[in-house]
Design a protein around this ligand. Structure first.
Ligand SMILES: Nc1ncnc2c1ncn2[C@@H]1O[C@H](COP(=O)(O)OP(=O)(O)O)[C@@H](O)[C@H]1O
Ligand SMILES: [Mg+2]
Length: 338
Protein backbone atom coordinates (compact mmCIF):
# COMPACT_ATOMS: atom_id res chain seq x y z
CA UNK A 1 0.00 0.00 0.00
CA UNK A 2 1.37 3.41 -1.03
CA UNK A 3 -0.89 5.98 0.60
CA UNK A 4 -1.40 9.38 -1.03
CA UNK A 5 -0.52 11.99 1.56
CA UNK A 6 -0.81 15.76 1.80
CA UNK A 7 1.97 16.83 4.17
CA UNK A 8 2.85 20.04 6.00
CA UNK A 9 6.07 21.21 7.64
CA UNK A 10 6.04 24.49 9.59
CA UNK A 11 8.37 23.82 12.52
CA UNK A 12 10.62 26.81 11.88
CA UNK A 13 10.96 29.32 9.06
CA UNK A 14 9.90 27.37 5.96
CA UNK A 15 6.25 26.95 5.08
CA UNK A 16 6.37 23.65 3.24
CA UNK A 17 3.62 21.58 1.65
CA UNK A 18 4.01 18.38 -0.36
CA UNK A 19 2.04 15.57 -1.91
CA UNK A 20 3.64 12.13 -1.84
CA UNK A 21 2.51 8.66 -2.83
CA UNK A 22 4.46 6.29 -0.61
CA UNK A 23 8.05 7.38 -1.20
CA UNK A 24 7.31 9.11 -4.50
CA UNK A 25 7.22 12.92 -4.48
CA UNK A 26 4.36 14.33 -6.56
CA UNK A 27 4.94 17.92 -5.46
CA UNK A 28 7.16 19.62 -2.90
CA UNK A 29 6.62 23.37 -2.52
CA UNK A 30 8.24 25.82 -0.20
CA UNK A 31 7.67 29.37 0.96
CA UNK A 32 10.93 30.46 2.50
CA UNK A 33 10.89 33.24 5.06
CA UNK A 34 14.64 33.75 4.96
CA UNK A 35 14.43 37.43 3.94
CA UNK A 36 11.89 38.20 6.67
CA UNK A 37 14.28 36.99 9.36
CA UNK A 38 17.62 37.99 7.82
CA UNK A 39 17.43 41.57 9.12
CA UNK A 40 17.09 40.21 12.67
CA UNK A 41 20.05 37.85 12.20
CA UNK A 42 17.98 34.82 13.20
CA UNK A 43 14.47 33.37 13.20
CA UNK A 44 11.91 35.43 15.15
CA UNK A 45 9.23 32.96 16.37
CA UNK A 46 6.26 35.35 16.23
CA UNK A 47 7.20 36.55 12.74
CA UNK A 48 7.58 32.92 11.60
CA UNK A 49 4.14 31.88 12.88
CA UNK A 50 2.40 34.85 11.25
CA UNK A 51 4.15 34.23 7.93
CA UNK A 52 3.03 30.56 8.00
CA UNK A 53 -0.57 31.70 8.47
CA UNK A 54 -0.29 34.05 5.49
CA UNK A 55 1.13 31.55 3.02
CA UNK A 56 -0.10 28.09 3.99
CA UNK A 57 -3.38 28.22 2.06
CA UNK A 58 -1.92 29.28 -1.28
CA UNK A 59 0.98 26.84 -0.92
CA UNK A 60 -1.52 24.03 -0.31
CA UNK A 61 -3.33 24.88 -3.55
CA UNK A 62 0.01 25.01 -5.35
CA UNK A 63 1.09 21.61 -3.98
CA UNK A 64 -2.21 19.97 -4.96
CA UNK A 65 -2.17 21.60 -8.42
CA UNK A 66 1.40 20.61 -9.16
CA UNK A 67 0.66 17.05 -8.09
CA UNK A 68 -2.52 17.01 -10.18
CA UNK A 69 -4.41 15.74 -7.18
CA UNK A 70 -7.90 16.52 -5.93
CA UNK A 71 -8.27 16.44 -2.13
CA UNK A 72 -10.89 13.72 -2.59
CA UNK A 73 -8.12 11.38 -3.82
CA UNK A 74 -6.05 11.67 -0.62
CA UNK A 75 -5.57 8.81 1.84
CA UNK A 76 -4.32 10.98 4.68
CA UNK A 77 -3.00 14.31 5.89
CA UNK A 78 0.22 14.78 7.88
CA UNK A 79 2.08 17.53 9.68
CA UNK A 80 5.17 18.01 11.78
CA UNK A 81 4.22 17.64 15.45
CA UNK A 82 7.61 18.72 16.84
CA UNK A 83 10.31 19.57 17.69
CA UNK A 84 10.25 23.23 16.72
CA UNK A 85 8.80 26.62 17.56
CA UNK A 86 5.42 26.14 19.19
CA UNK A 87 3.60 28.93 17.36
CA UNK A 88 5.04 27.87 14.01
CA UNK A 89 4.24 24.18 14.60
CA UNK A 90 0.66 25.00 15.60
CA UNK A 91 -0.08 26.67 12.26
CA UNK A 92 0.75 23.62 10.10
CA UNK A 93 -0.55 21.10 12.62
CA UNK A 94 -3.91 22.84 13.06
CA UNK A 95 -4.30 23.48 9.33
CA UNK A 96 -3.53 19.82 8.57
CA UNK A 97 -5.87 18.52 11.25
CA UNK A 98 -8.69 20.77 10.07
CA UNK A 99 -8.16 19.63 6.48
CA UNK A 100 -8.18 15.99 7.56
CA UNK A 101 -11.25 16.47 9.75
CA UNK A 102 -13.21 18.26 7.02
CA UNK A 103 -12.55 15.37 4.61
CA UNK A 104 -12.78 12.64 7.25
CA UNK A 105 -9.26 11.49 6.46
CA UNK A 106 -6.74 10.04 8.91
CA UNK A 107 -4.30 12.54 10.38
CA UNK A 108 -0.67 11.60 11.12
CA UNK A 109 1.58 13.78 13.32
CA UNK A 110 5.27 13.30 12.50
CA UNK A 111 8.51 13.92 14.37
CA UNK A 112 10.52 16.44 12.32
CA UNK A 113 13.75 14.51 12.94
CA UNK A 114 12.15 11.27 11.77
CA UNK A 115 11.24 13.21 8.63
CA UNK A 116 14.92 14.06 8.07
CA UNK A 117 15.79 10.44 8.84
CA UNK A 118 13.35 9.08 6.24
CA UNK A 119 14.07 11.72 3.56
CA UNK A 120 16.61 9.46 1.76
CA UNK A 121 13.70 7.11 0.95
CA UNK A 122 12.36 9.78 -1.40
CA UNK A 123 15.48 9.45 -3.52
CA UNK A 124 16.97 6.01 -2.91
CA UNK A 125 14.19 3.50 -3.21
CA UNK A 126 16.07 0.32 -2.61
CA UNK A 127 17.67 0.45 0.82
CA UNK A 128 16.56 -0.75 4.22
CA UNK A 129 17.88 -0.34 7.76
CA UNK A 130 20.00 -1.12 9.70
CA UNK A 131 21.70 2.18 9.01
CA UNK A 132 23.56 4.99 10.72
CA UNK A 133 22.21 8.46 10.12
CA UNK A 134 23.67 11.87 10.92
CA UNK A 135 20.94 14.38 11.65
CA UNK A 136 22.38 17.89 11.70
CA UNK A 137 20.36 21.07 11.46
CA UNK A 138 20.00 24.45 13.12
CA UNK A 139 18.46 23.01 16.27
CA UNK A 140 19.77 19.44 16.49
CA UNK A 141 22.85 17.31 15.90
CA UNK A 142 22.73 13.62 16.60
CA UNK A 143 23.98 10.30 15.34
CA UNK A 144 21.22 7.73 15.20
CA UNK A 145 21.33 4.01 14.63
CA UNK A 146 18.18 2.90 12.85
CA UNK A 147 17.56 -0.75 13.76
CA UNK A 148 14.40 -0.65 11.70
CA UNK A 149 12.01 2.18 10.81
CA UNK A 150 10.59 3.31 14.14
CA UNK A 151 13.41 1.77 16.22
CA UNK A 152 15.96 4.50 16.82
CA UNK A 153 18.97 4.58 19.10
CA UNK A 154 20.67 7.92 19.51
CA UNK A 155 24.35 7.03 19.86
CA UNK A 156 25.60 10.55 20.35
CA UNK A 157 24.61 14.18 20.12
CA UNK A 158 25.88 17.68 20.67
CA UNK A 159 26.55 18.71 24.24
CA UNK A 160 26.09 22.40 23.39
CA UNK A 161 25.44 24.04 20.00
CA UNK A 162 23.97 22.19 17.02
CA UNK A 163 26.21 22.02 13.94
CA UNK A 164 23.94 24.37 11.96
CA UNK A 165 23.90 26.78 14.88
CA UNK A 166 27.70 26.72 14.87
CA UNK A 167 27.73 27.56 11.14
CA UNK A 168 25.24 30.38 11.78
CA UNK A 169 27.19 31.86 14.72
CA UNK A 170 30.55 31.60 12.96
CA UNK A 171 29.17 33.22 9.80
CA UNK A 172 28.01 36.15 11.95
CA UNK A 173 31.51 36.47 13.44
CA UNK A 174 32.92 36.47 9.91
CA UNK A 175 30.41 39.08 8.74
CA UNK A 176 28.74 36.67 6.31
CA UNK A 177 25.09 37.11 7.34
CA UNK A 178 22.25 34.65 7.93
CA UNK A 179 21.74 31.77 7.37
CA UNK A 180 25.38 31.03 7.95
CA UNK A 181 25.74 27.49 6.61
CA UNK A 182 25.13 28.29 2.95
CA UNK A 183 27.19 31.51 3.32
CA UNK A 184 30.26 29.68 4.68
CA UNK A 185 29.78 26.91 2.09
CA UNK A 186 29.93 29.55 -0.70
CA UNK A 187 32.70 31.62 0.88
CA UNK A 188 34.92 28.55 1.17
CA UNK A 189 35.17 28.22 -2.62
CA UNK A 190 38.82 28.12 -3.60
CA UNK A 191 39.93 28.30 0.05
CA UNK A 192 42.42 25.96 1.70
CA UNK A 193 40.72 23.83 4.39
CA UNK A 194 44.13 23.28 6.02
CA UNK A 195 45.07 26.99 6.10
CA UNK A 196 44.20 27.36 9.79
CA UNK A 197 43.79 24.45 12.19
CA UNK A 198 40.87 25.15 14.53
CA UNK A 199 40.26 22.78 17.46
CA UNK A 200 38.28 19.53 17.12
CA UNK A 201 36.45 19.03 20.43
CA UNK A 202 35.73 15.86 22.45
CA UNK A 203 38.27 13.53 20.84
CA UNK A 204 37.65 10.97 23.59
CA UNK A 205 33.89 10.72 23.08
CA UNK A 206 33.37 8.74 19.90
CA UNK A 207 29.84 9.85 19.02
CA UNK A 208 29.37 13.25 20.73
CA UNK A 209 29.93 16.78 19.45
CA UNK A 210 30.74 20.13 21.00
CA UNK A 211 30.89 23.31 18.93
CA UNK A 212 30.68 26.17 21.43
CA UNK A 213 34.49 26.35 21.91
CA UNK A 214 35.04 26.74 18.18
CA UNK A 215 33.41 30.17 18.17
CA UNK A 216 35.80 31.51 20.82
CA UNK A 217 38.74 30.07 18.97
CA UNK A 218 37.69 31.63 15.64
CA UNK A 219 37.00 35.03 17.25
CA UNK A 220 40.40 34.99 18.97
CA UNK A 221 42.14 33.93 15.78
CA UNK A 222 40.51 36.72 13.71
CA UNK A 223 41.28 39.38 16.35
CA UNK A 224 44.93 38.37 16.65
CA UNK A 225 45.45 38.02 12.90
CA UNK A 226 43.79 41.40 12.30
CA UNK A 227 45.97 43.10 14.95
CA UNK A 228 49.06 41.60 13.35
CA UNK A 229 47.86 42.59 9.87
CA UNK A 230 48.04 38.94 8.79
CA UNK A 231 44.43 38.00 8.22
CA UNK A 232 44.25 35.17 5.67
CA UNK A 233 41.76 35.39 2.81
CA UNK A 234 38.07 35.00 3.63
CA UNK A 235 38.05 31.83 1.52
CA UNK A 236 40.84 30.30 3.62
CA UNK A 237 39.15 31.22 6.92
CA UNK A 238 35.75 29.94 5.70
CA UNK A 239 37.24 26.70 4.35
CA UNK A 240 39.13 26.11 7.61
CA UNK A 241 36.11 26.83 9.81
CA UNK A 242 33.99 24.55 7.64
CA UNK A 243 36.61 21.82 7.82
CA UNK A 244 36.69 21.97 11.64
CA UNK A 245 32.93 21.32 11.78
CA UNK A 246 32.81 18.81 8.92
CA UNK A 247 35.78 16.86 10.24
CA UNK A 248 34.13 15.98 13.54
CA UNK A 249 30.74 15.26 11.96
CA UNK A 250 32.35 12.86 9.50
CA UNK A 251 34.74 11.26 12.01
CA UNK A 252 32.03 10.59 14.58
CA UNK A 253 29.43 9.37 12.13
CA UNK A 254 31.92 6.89 10.71
CA UNK A 255 32.96 5.86 14.23
CA UNK A 256 29.32 4.80 14.56
CA UNK A 257 29.38 3.02 11.19
CA UNK A 258 32.51 1.10 12.23
CA UNK A 259 31.18 0.31 15.69
CA UNK A 260 27.75 -0.92 14.56
CA UNK A 261 28.94 -2.38 11.23
CA UNK A 262 25.93 -0.75 9.58
CA UNK A 263 25.85 -1.44 5.84
CA UNK A 264 24.14 1.89 5.07
CA UNK A 265 25.02 5.44 6.11
CA UNK A 266 22.89 8.49 5.47
CA UNK A 267 21.79 11.76 6.83
CA UNK A 268 19.44 14.67 6.84
CA UNK A 269 19.00 18.20 8.13
CA UNK A 270 20.22 21.44 6.60
CA UNK A 271 23.90 20.85 7.36
CA UNK A 272 23.88 17.77 5.11
CA UNK A 273 23.44 20.21 2.21
CA UNK A 274 27.06 21.27 2.80
CA UNK A 275 29.18 20.41 -0.24
CA UNK A 276 32.35 19.62 1.70
CA UNK A 277 30.46 17.37 4.12
CA UNK A 278 28.84 15.50 1.23
CA UNK A 279 32.20 15.03 -0.46
CA UNK A 280 33.84 13.72 2.72
CA UNK A 281 30.90 11.37 3.42
CA UNK A 282 31.18 9.95 -0.09
CA UNK A 283 34.92 9.34 0.37
CA UNK A 284 34.50 7.59 3.72
CA UNK A 285 31.55 5.48 2.57
CA UNK A 286 33.50 4.47 -0.50
CA UNK A 287 36.53 3.43 1.58
CA UNK A 288 34.37 1.08 3.62
CA UNK A 289 32.12 -0.12 0.84
CA UNK A 290 28.97 1.01 2.66
CA UNK A 291 25.92 2.36 0.84
CA UNK A 292 25.58 6.14 1.03
CA UNK A 293 22.09 7.69 1.13
CA UNK A 294 22.25 11.46 1.47
CA UNK A 295 19.51 12.99 -0.65
CA UNK A 296 19.83 16.16 -2.77
CA UNK A 297 20.26 19.38 -0.75
CA UNK A 298 16.62 20.40 -1.23
CA UNK A 299 15.59 17.21 0.63
CA UNK A 300 18.18 17.81 3.38
CA UNK A 301 16.93 21.27 4.36
CA UNK A 302 13.42 21.50 5.77
CA UNK A 303 10.72 20.32 3.39
CA UNK A 304 7.31 18.65 3.57
CA UNK A 305 8.02 15.67 1.30
CA UNK A 306 10.07 14.16 4.14
CA UNK A 307 7.07 14.52 6.46
CA UNK A 308 4.93 12.91 3.77
CA UNK A 309 7.18 9.87 3.29
CA UNK A 310 7.30 9.27 7.05
CA UNK A 311 3.52 9.64 7.29
CA UNK A 312 2.97 7.28 4.34
CA UNK A 313 5.12 4.71 6.15
CA UNK A 314 3.16 5.00 9.39
CA UNK A 315 -0.24 5.16 7.77
CA UNK A 316 0.54 2.00 5.80
CA UNK A 317 1.55 0.41 9.12
CA UNK A 318 -1.81 1.45 10.62
CA UNK A 319 -0.62 4.26 12.89
CA UNK A 320 -3.06 7.16 13.00
CA UNK A 321 -2.70 10.15 15.32
CA UNK A 322 -5.59 10.82 17.68
CA UNK A 323 -7.48 14.09 17.12
CA UNK A 324 -6.69 15.10 20.70
CA UNK A 325 -2.92 14.98 20.20
CA UNK A 326 -1.17 18.30 20.07
CA UNK A 327 2.20 19.65 18.99
CA UNK A 328 5.24 18.98 21.18
CA UNK A 329 7.99 21.61 20.76
CA UNK A 330 10.44 19.44 22.73
CA UNK A 331 9.75 16.13 20.99
CA UNK A 332 12.72 13.75 21.22
CA UNK A 333 13.33 11.21 18.44
CA UNK A 334 12.24 7.73 19.43
CA UNK A 335 10.13 8.89 22.38
CA UNK A 336 6.34 9.12 22.35
CA UNK A 337 4.49 12.44 22.19
CA UNK A 338 4.05 13.91 25.66
N1 LIG B 1 25.27 24.33 2.68
C1 LIG B 1 25.19 24.34 4.01
N2 LIG B 1 26.29 24.13 4.78
C2 LIG B 1 26.23 24.12 6.13
N3 LIG B 1 25.09 24.34 6.82
C3 LIG B 1 23.97 24.55 6.12
C4 LIG B 1 23.95 24.56 4.69
N4 LIG B 1 22.67 24.79 4.28
C5 LIG B 1 21.93 24.94 5.42
N5 LIG B 1 22.71 24.81 6.52
C6 LIG B 1 22.33 24.98 7.92
O1 LIG B 1 21.24 24.13 8.21
C7 LIG B 1 20.45 24.72 9.24
C8 LIG B 1 18.98 24.60 8.86
O2 LIG B 1 18.61 23.25 8.90
P1 LIG B 1 17.13 22.78 8.54
O3 LIG B 1 17.01 21.33 8.81
O4 LIG B 1 16.79 23.26 7.15
O5 LIG B 1 16.23 23.65 9.50
P2 LIG B 1 15.87 23.43 11.06
O6 LIG B 1 17.12 23.68 11.82
O7 LIG B 1 14.84 24.50 11.26
O8 LIG B 1 15.32 22.06 11.17
C9 LIG B 1 20.93 26.15 9.41
O9 LIG B 1 21.67 26.24 10.61
C10 LIG B 1 21.82 26.38 8.20
O10 LIG B 1 22.89 27.29 8.43
MG1 LIG C 1 15.22 20.57 9.99
Amino acid sequence: MNPLILAFETSCDETAVAVVRGAETLSNVLGSQVELHARFGGVVPEVAARAHVESIRSLTHQALNEAGIHPADLDGVAATAGPGLVGALLVGHSFAKATAWARQLPFVGIDHMEGHLMAPRLQFGDFEPPMVSLLASGGHSQIVHVDEWGEYQTLGSTIDDAAGEAFDKLARVMGLGFPGGPAIDRASDGGDPAAIVFPRALPDRPFDFSFSGLKTSVVTFIEKAQAAGELPSLADVAASVQEAIVDVLVAKTFNAVDETKAPVVGGGGGVLANRRLRHRFAEEADKRGVTLVIPDPILCTDNAAMIGVAAAHWLAAGRITDWTENVDPGLVLGQPLT
